[in-house]
Design a protein around this ligand. Structure first.
Ligand SMILES: [Zn+2]
Length: 415
């Protein structure tokens, strides 16, 4: 698929990453709650590796303590004097984010190298939680460069580790603002105002259907494509055609995993007002319902998100479903509901697949009511078993739903 192939006017180049497995992120993570008193002062030892680990732990503890105490001077003192402006930048970003947890734990010398007394680096596990938004801390590894030894150990820099995601607190001069109940972290000043308004609307759109959702949404707006790839730890170009992604913040798939909507600024800003709102409301539906960690079929996950995003959008069905209607007129009604492969980002059928999935949900809401659609969705999302959900909530099954949907498509296409 490409964004341009997905039609004029509205459209959504948006994906939810169905992530499996907590790839390595839990390795080495430990409870940080009782950490404070246990951190050793730098002590002399004969083993240079052990000494360096102790020095790093001590310097890192000074950083996290300064953040916890909101003590700018202590934070600056934990850094090398030559890195004062870096320290000021880090500190102001850390203070802008409402963090309830922020810890840094030495993992290992970076790349196995011992470096020199002058400049050495370590892989460090960072854990943080955005207060009021994250149900548990996010964990990722960062690369910290130090200088000195013993009591004179200071931090020189904190940077993204290769292959790891860029934490929000390393986004540089990003703004952090509440947009209603949503939180918008934007490194892209051109989009900040627009996202503020659209995030509010996205929360309203979702709450109109998912009425018990408290509206805690975190939207990250990277500066550019390179920063987007850093935030998602993706291959260059992988998201070139994608307007927005909903993902767990650390690739975990547990139900409490903190979720982020990450926008691709270049694609997003080129969408019209209606199209970009549909994208954000669609992604907000995923975020609100924990869709990044479900086994429910994509036709239901994506179809429901589009149902929510489009139910009040000023777009006719002929426009919003133009690709699938065109396909039906050309080659007949599809035999099956869209498969997982139909939603692959490089599938040429992606646009029609989203529309087809949307029409399943629109049909259920038309024929059985929106509350029935919501029950079906929530039941399938929770169990991952759409057959059981259809039986329980609609007294139906996939073959019956497919027949009804094929009739519905045929009527829309004027067959
Ligand atoms: Zn989606």
């Amino acid at each position: 698929m490409t964004t341009t192939s997905r039609r004029t006017g509205v459209w959504v180049a948006a994906v939810v990453l169905a992530l499996v497995g907590a790839i390595g992120v839990l390795v080495g993570s430990r409870d940080t709650g009782s950490r404070g008193a246990a951190v050793p002062e730098p002590t002399a030892t004969n083993d240079p590796q052990t000494q360096r680990a102790a020095d790093a732990e001590s310097a890192l503890f000074a950083v996290e303590q300064a953040v916890a105490d909101a003590d700018r001077q202590a934070f600056t003192n934990a850094f090398d004097p030559g890195a004062e402006s870096r320290a000021a930048g880090f500190y102001s970003m850390l203070r802008r984010l409402p963090l309830s947890t922020y810890t840094l734990r030495f993992v290992s010398p970076a790349g196995g190298s011992t470096g020199t007394a002058d400049r050495w680096a370590a892989d460090v596990e960072a854990r943080w939680a955005i207060d009021g938004y994250d149900e548990r801390p996010v964990s990722t590894e960062v690369r910290v460069t130090f200088t000195g030894e013993g009591d004179d150990t200071r931090v020189v820099d904190i940077a993204r580790s290769t292959g790891e995601r860029i934490p929000e607190w390393l986004l540089g001069q990003a703004s952090v603002r509440k947009a209603g109940s949503a939180l918008v972290i934007s490194a892209n000043p051109r989009l900040t105002e627009r996202i503020d308004a659209q995030a509010r609307r996205a929360v309203d759109d979702v709450q109109d259907v998912v009425t018990d959702w408290p509206g805690r949404l975190v939207v990250v707006v990277p500066r550019d494509a390179a920063q987007l790839e850093g935030v998602l730890a993706s291959e260059p170009g992988h998201y070139d055609e994608i307007a927005a992604v909903t993902t767990t913040a650390d690739d975990a798939s547990d139900a409490d995993a903190p979720v982020r909507i990450v926008l691709n600024p270049a694609v997003y800003q080129d969408l019209g007002t209606t199209g970009s709102q549909v994208v954000l409301s669609h992604e907000a539906t995923h975020a609100a319902t924990g869709a990044a960690a479900t086994d429910a079929p994509l036709w239901l996950v994506e179809g429901f998100a589009d149902y929510v995003a489009l139910v009040d959008a000023p777009v006719s069905v002929e426009v919003a479903a133009s690709q699938i209607i065109g396909q039906v007129r050309k080659s007949g009604v599809p035999k099956q509901l869209p498969s997982k492969d139909d939603f692959a980002t490089r599938s040429g059928r992606l646009g029609a697949s989203y529309e087809a999935a949307w029409l399943v949900c629109r049909m259920v809401a038309d024929q059985r009511g929106e509350a029935a659609l919501l029950r079906l969705y929530e039941s399938a999302l929770e169990s991952g078993d759409v057959d059981a959900a259809l039986a329980d909530t609609l007294d139906s099954d996939v073959p019956m739903l497919t027949r009804q949907w094929r009739d519905y498509l045929g009527e829309l296409a004027g067959d």
